[in-house]
Design a protein around this ligand. Structure first.
Ligand code: KG4
Ligand code: ZN
Length: 345
């Protein structure tokens, strides 16, 4: 007899995107995102505005996800939601909504760690995408985090190294801001870098532990470099934009690759994945692929739509939690500082 499929609705509201997804076993049926454009005017995410926008977006986004999946609310087996880390006001909207919906439908609730969600996006069933075997290493790179994680099982993750200050996404976005590019500038640096010379300008790499990261010094060095050049030539940015973008991107990506190589050396694990918003970057994707042959690694690159924040990744994490019957208790609360290796619940 065929087993009944499991349907889970997932909600992600940790930062500035309101997202809802429906998964059927490990296959995504819908993954809807309402982006909040308002933050671009301020050059970064304004927490208070993010919570208000989530409040407005959440019901329409959930309705859209259910409609697109072509199911009825009554078909759902469980509700998954992002418990943390993230912005408290943003998390509260998704958490409260998920709790109420689960209660009204009388189905289990599954609280998901956002960082585990980024990693587990690799387990969404996709044609042509292989799921990584345990153990594997995952470089999780986003606007809020930069970590190398050893993944031994779906919910057994250990941080091997992480940033001691800024996240790599911030390094991209702050560099872009210095270049007067709109927020978030990471994708624009990626785009302009394609036309530039990555060796045009040199920036010093930070000296920290072999598996740790630091990006705040690089940001300051970049700012001073641009200010100095602009003093000599006020049109420096305009005339060299492509080369500047290619050079700063090359420095950032080289730092990431160096650390990954150190982690492989230290652990002997050659299955290497990337995850998070910055894993959308074309240069890190290219460099990672190059290592397959050169160092005999097997690399795992997520489908573009599962890199930046989305509820699809929360849904797949929810699916594995559901299989293990790891349901949340009624008093579960949002936790803005949840760690990747913390057992949620
Ligand atoms: O995972 P994510 O959507 O949100 C967080 O959890 O932080 O990551 C957002 C970050 C932003 O800093 C954005 O600039 C960066 O991912 N990003 C990129 C690219 N696409 C998104 N950075 C570099 N190149 C890209 N193509
Ligand atoms: Zn994220």
């Amino acid at each position: 007899m065929m087993e009944k499929p499991i349907y889970i609705l997932a909600i992600e509201s940790s930062c500035d995107d309101t997202s809802a997804a429906v998964i059927c076993n490990d296959e995504i049926r819908s993954n809807c995102i309402a982006n909040q454009k308002i933050h671009a005017e301020y050059g970064g995410v304004v927490p208070e505005l993010a919570s208000r926008a989530h409040q407005q977006n959440i019901v329409p986004v959930v309705q859209q996800a259910i409609q697109k999946a072509n199911i009825d609310k009554k078909d759902l087996n469980a509700i998954a939601f992002t418990r943390g880390p993230g912005l408290m006001g943003s998390l509260l909207v998704g958490t409260s909504f998920a709790k109420s919906l689960a209660l009204s439908l009388n189905i289990p609730l599954l609280d998901i760690n956002h960082m585990q969600g980024h990693v587990l996006a690799h387990f969404i069933k996709e044609e042509g995408c292989e799921k990584p075997p345990f153990p594997f290493l995952c470089l999780t790179i986003s606007g809020g985090h930069t970590q190398i994680v050893k993944v031994e099982d779906y919910f057994k993750m250990t941080v091997l190294g992480e940033t001691i200050d800024d996240a790599v996404g911030e390094a991209f976005d702050k560099s872009a801001k210095i270049l007067n590019l709109p927020y978030p500038g990471g994708p624009l640096i990626d785009k302009y870098a394609k036309q530039g010379n990555p060796k045009a300008f040199q920036f010093t790499k930070p000296r920290v532990g072999p598996l740790d990261f630091s990006f705040s010094g690089l940001k300051t060095a970049f700012l001073y470099f641009i200010q100095k050049q602009e003093k000599e030539n006020p049109k420096f940015i305009e005339e060299n934009l492509f080369d500047i973008c290619a050079s700063i991107q090359d420095t950032i990506v080289s730092i990431l690759m160096d650390k990954l190589k150190n982690a492989v050396k230290e652990t002997g694990i050659k299955h290497v994945a990337i995850a998070g918003g910055v894993s959308a970057n074309s240069e890190i994707r290219k460099r990672l692929k190059e290592t397959e042959n050169k160092y005999n690694w097997t690399t795992y690159i997520p489908k573009f739509e599962y890199t930046t924040d989305n509820a699809g990744m929360i849904a797949i994490a929810g699916y594995y939690k559901y299989l293990e019957a790891q349901y949340s208790h009624a008093g579960v609360a949002a936790n803005p500082r949840l760690k990747v290796d913390e057992v949620a619940g």
